[in-house]
Design a protein around this ligand. Structure first.
Ligand SMILES: Cc1cc2nc3c(=O)[nH]c(=O)nc-3n(C[C@H](O)[C@H](O)[C@H](O)COP(=O)(O)OP(=O)(O)OC[C@H]3O[C@@H](n4cnc5c(N)ncnc54)[C@H](O)[C@@H]3O)c2cc1C
Length: 596
C-alpha cells in the first residue's frame, strides 16, 4: 500500500471516530487535484484495481462528438438528443449542453457505473486517496453543470433505479409509532420510475418533480417541486431516510434520529455537496381522486389591455387559486399574451370549471382580448403518469422512449423534450412573496410583471412557492435546509432563454455568442424589473442563475451557516464540489484548486 493510501485509511478511520477537527484533512491535502498526465494521476494498475473492485464497472469515457469518434456513433447521438432518456443513458452527456460564458458539457475521464453502495464507496475512496475531482450524476439535469467536469471521476448512479413500496416504514433507530407508508427509491431512478410504481401500479402519491426524466436524488437534494407541491410540499420535505456514502467512504444512514444534521442538509442543501446518496426513502400519500389541467391563451390588443388583464388575473389568483389545489404556471409571452398551463388536484372537472368561470367571463366580455376556448380536463389521478392512458386518450401530449428494450414506463411530457441538450443563454429566477398579493400591493406586482415582460417572456410557477399550502406541508418544508423564503412565496418567477444543443464537437452546433449575450442582458433586465417589487426575495437553487449574486443568501438564507457547519463535519477535505454549492467558496471555479 502506498503512503498516501495509508494516510487516507488513517484519516477516514479518525473521521469515523469523530476525532478529526474540521479542516484537518484539508490542511494535509495538496492544493490542486490531480489531472491526467500529471504525476499524481493514478497509474494504469491503480485504475485496474478500481475496475476489479467495482466488478468491471469502471468505464473510460469520451463524448460521442469527440474527435475520432465514428460517424455512426456521432449520428446515433445526434438522433438521440431528442430523447431525454437517451441523453440520461449516456454517461458522457448531460441534459443541458452548456451555458454562455459559464460552462460547457464535458465528459469525465472515467466513470464508475455503480450498481450498489459498495461500488459508490469504492469510487469515493479512490477519488479521495488520489485527490481526484469527483462528480456525481443521476438524471443529468443540472442547469448549472454540476454533474459534469473534464479530467474527473464520475460516480454514475443510473443503474441504481430500484423502486419498492413499503406499507409501514420505520426509519433506523426511530420509534415504532413513526411507521408510515413509504417508498424506497434507488439513487439513479427518475421520477418516471417512481410514479409508475407508486401511482400507476400502487395507487398512491409521492411528491416528486414535474419532469419525468429528472433524477430523484438530484431533485430531492435541491428541495424539489412538482406540479402538486402546493398541496403536498417539497420533495425534500417527504424524505424520511437516506443511505449515503460520505467523503470518508463510509455508507451511512441519515434520518431524524441517526446523523440528523446530515439528514437535514440532504433535504434541500443542494446535490453533490455532502456525499453520494445511494437510496432515498420518501413518504407516500393517499392519492386524490382526480388530477386535472387548464390550458388557454389570451392575447391583449395593447399594453393597457395587458396591464388590465394581469391586474384581473392577479386578483383572481389571490381569491380563487391561491390554495392547495392549484399548481404549475402561467407565462407572459411576446409582451402581449397570457398563456395558462395550470394543474389542479383535489377537485373534479366541474369544480375546476366553476372556479375559472368568472375570470373567463370577464375576458370574454371585453373586445380587447382574443381568446380561444380554454381546455379544462380532469382524469383519474392514477392515470396521470400512465403512458398507456395517454397513448389512448391524448396522443401527442406525452412521448415514449421508443428505443428497443426501453421501459414501458418511460415517457415524457412532449413539451419537456424541447429542452433536450439545450444551450442556455440566460436563466434568472426569484421567489415572489405572498405579501405582493395583498390588494394594496397588487398594482406594484402588475407594474413589475409588465415591465419584465417588455424585456423577455416571464413564467410564474405557482407550485414552486409554498405560501397558500396546508399547515402540514409548510411545517415539513420548514424542517428542511431550503431558504425559508420558500414558505412565504406564492410563486417562483423564471425568465430564461436558450438555443438548441451545442455539445463540443457536435456537427452543426454553433452558438451565436453575440445573440446569446444580448439575450442574457435582456433576461437580466427582466429579472431586475421584477426585483423592484421583490428585492432580496431569494430563489430556488436548482432553477437559478449560474452567476447568482450572494448565492449563499439567495439559496439558503439563514440556513447557510448551519449547512456550512455540516459540510465541514462530513467533508472536511472538500471532496464534493459543485459550482455555488455549500463550501465551494474554498475552491477555484472549476473545483480543481483550493483557494487558500
Ligand atoms: C428539463 C428540466 C426539468 C426540470 N423540472 C423540474 C421540476 O419540475 N421541479 C424541480 O424542482 N426541478 C426541476 N428541474 C431542476 C432539477 O430538479 C434539478 O436540476 C435536479 O438537481 C436534477 O437532478 P438530476 O439527478 O436529474 O441531475 P444531475 O445533474 O444528475 O444532478 C444534479 C445535482 O445533484 C447531484 N446528484 C445527483 N445524484 C446524486 C446523488 N445520488 N447523490 C448526491 N448528489 C447527487 C449532482 O452532483 C448535481 O450536483 C428541472 C430541470 C430540467 C433540466
Amino acid at each position: 500500500m502506498k503512503r498516501r493510501d495509508l494516510l487516507g485509511v488513517a484519516m477516514s478511520t479518525a473521521l469515523l471516530q469523530g476525532v478529526l477537527p474540521a479542516g484537518a484533512i484539508a490542511k494535509g491535502a495538496s492544493r490542486s487535484r490531480a489531472r491526467p498526465g500529471t504525476p499524481a494521476w493514478p497509474n494504469a494498475k491503480e485504475w485496474q484495481a478500481l475496475r476489479t473492485q467495482t466488478g468491471g464497472r469502471l468505464l473510460a469515457l469520451s463524448s460521442p462528438f469527440a474527435r475520432g469518434q465514428s460517424e455512426a456513433v456521432r449520428n446515433e447521438a445526434l438522433a438521440g438528443l431528442k430523447n431525454p432518456y437517451y441523453i440520461g443513458d449516456h454517461p458522457a452527456l448531460t441534459q443541458t449542453s452548456g451555458w454562455q460564458d459559464a460552462w460547457t458539457s464535458r465528459a469525465s475521464t472515467y466513470a464508475v457505473a455503480a450498481r450498489d453502495a459498495a461500488d459508490v464507496a469504492a469510487a469515493v475512496s479512490f477519488a479521495r486517496r488520489h485527490n481526484l475531482r469527483l462528480v456525481v450524476k443521476g438524471g443529468g439535469h443540472s442547469y448549472s453543470g454540476a454533474s459534469n467536469a473534464s479530467d474527473s471521476l464520475l460516480v454514475w448512479t443510473r443503474a441504481m433505479n430500484r423502486v419498492e413500496m413499503i406499507d409501514a416504514f420505520v426509519a433506523q433507530s426511530c420509534p415504532k409509532e413513526s411507521a408510515q407508508p413509504a417508498v424506497h427509491v434507488g439513487a439513479g431512478a427518475m421520477w418516471a420510475d417512481a410514479y409508475a410504481e407508486v401511482t400507476t401500479r400502487g395507487g398512491r402519491y409521492v411528491q416528486g418533480g414535474g419532469c419525468t426524466t429528472v433524477g430523484v436524488a438530484g431533485l430531492v437534494q435541491g428541495g424539489g417541486f412538482g406540479s402538486f407541491s402546493k398541496g403536498f410540499g417539497t420533495a425534500a420535505a417527504s424524505l424520511i431516510e437516506a443511505e449515503v456514502v460520505t467523503a470518508d467512504g463510509a455508507i451511512r444512514i441519515a434520518n431524524a434520529y441517526t446523523n440528523p444534521d446530515l439528514f437535514w442538509a440532504l433535504k434541500g442543501g443542494g446535490g453533490g455537496s455532502f456525499g453520494v446518496v445511494t437510496r432515498l426513502t420518501l413518504r407516500t400519500h393517499a392519492l386524490p381522486a382526480f388530477f386535472g389541467a387548464v390550458f388557454g391563451e389570451i392575447t391583449a390588443s395593447s399594453n393597457d389591455a395587458l396591464r388590465a388583464l394581469l391586474a384581473r388575473f392577479v386578483d383572481f389568483y389571490r381569491a380563487s387559486l391561491f390554495n392547495k389545489h392549484w399548481g404549475e404556471a402561467v407565462s407572459l409571452r411576446d409582451g402581449k399574451k397570457l398563456k395558462l398551463s395550470m394543474v389542479f388536484q383535489g377537485l373534479d372537472e366541474a369544480q375546476a370549471r366553476a372556479t375559472w368561470a368568472p375570470f373567463f367571463a370577464w375576458v370574454r366580455d371585453r373586445k380587447e382580448y382574443s381568446f380561444a376556448e380554454p381546455a379544462v380536463m380532469a382524469i383519474p389521478a392514477r392515470h396521470f403518469w400512465d403512458p398507456l392512458f395517454f397513448q389512448k386518450h391524448a396522443p401527442g401530449l406525452t412521448t415514449m422512449d421508443g428505443r428497443p428494450g426501453a421501459s414501458p414506463d418511460h415517457h415524457f411530457w412532449t413539451g419537456d423534450g424541447e429542452q433536450g441538450g439545450w444551450f442556455i443563454h440566460g436563466y434568472q429566477s426569484t421567489w415572489l412573496p405572498a405579501a405582493l398579493l395583498a390588494p394594496q400591493r397588487q398594482g406594484a406586482l402588475v407594474d413589475a410583471l409588465c415591465a419584465a415582460a417588455a424585456h423577455w417572456d416571464v413564467e410564474l410557477h405557482f407550485n414552486k412557492g409554498l405560501a397558500g399550502a396546508p399547515a402540514a406541508a409548510l411545517a415539513a418544508t420548514r424542517d428542511t435546509a431550503m431558504n425559508p423564503a420558500v414558505l412565504d412565496a406564492f410563486a417562483l418567477a423564471i425568465i430564461a432563454g436558450g438555443g438548441g444543443p451545442a455539445f463540443p464537437g457536435m456537427p452543426g452546433a454553433t452558438v451565436d455568442e453575440a445573440r446569446a449575450r444580448h439575450a442574457a442582458v435582456r433576461i437580466g433586465a427582466g429579472i431586475d424589473a421584477l426585483r423592484t417589487a421583490a428585492p432580496d426575495a431569494g430563489t430556488y437553487v436548482s432553477e437559478s442563475d449560474y452567476f447568482q449574486a450572494r448565492w449563499q443568501d439567495a439559496y439558503w438564507g439563514v440556513n447557510y451557516a448551519r449547512l456550512a457547519q455540516v459540510k465541514r463535519a462530513v467533508d472536511p477535505g472538500g471532496l464534493f464540489f459543485v459550482h455555488h454549492g455549500v463550501g465551494s467558496e474554498a475552491w477555484s471555479a472549476d473545483g480543481f484548486t483550493r483557494r487558500a
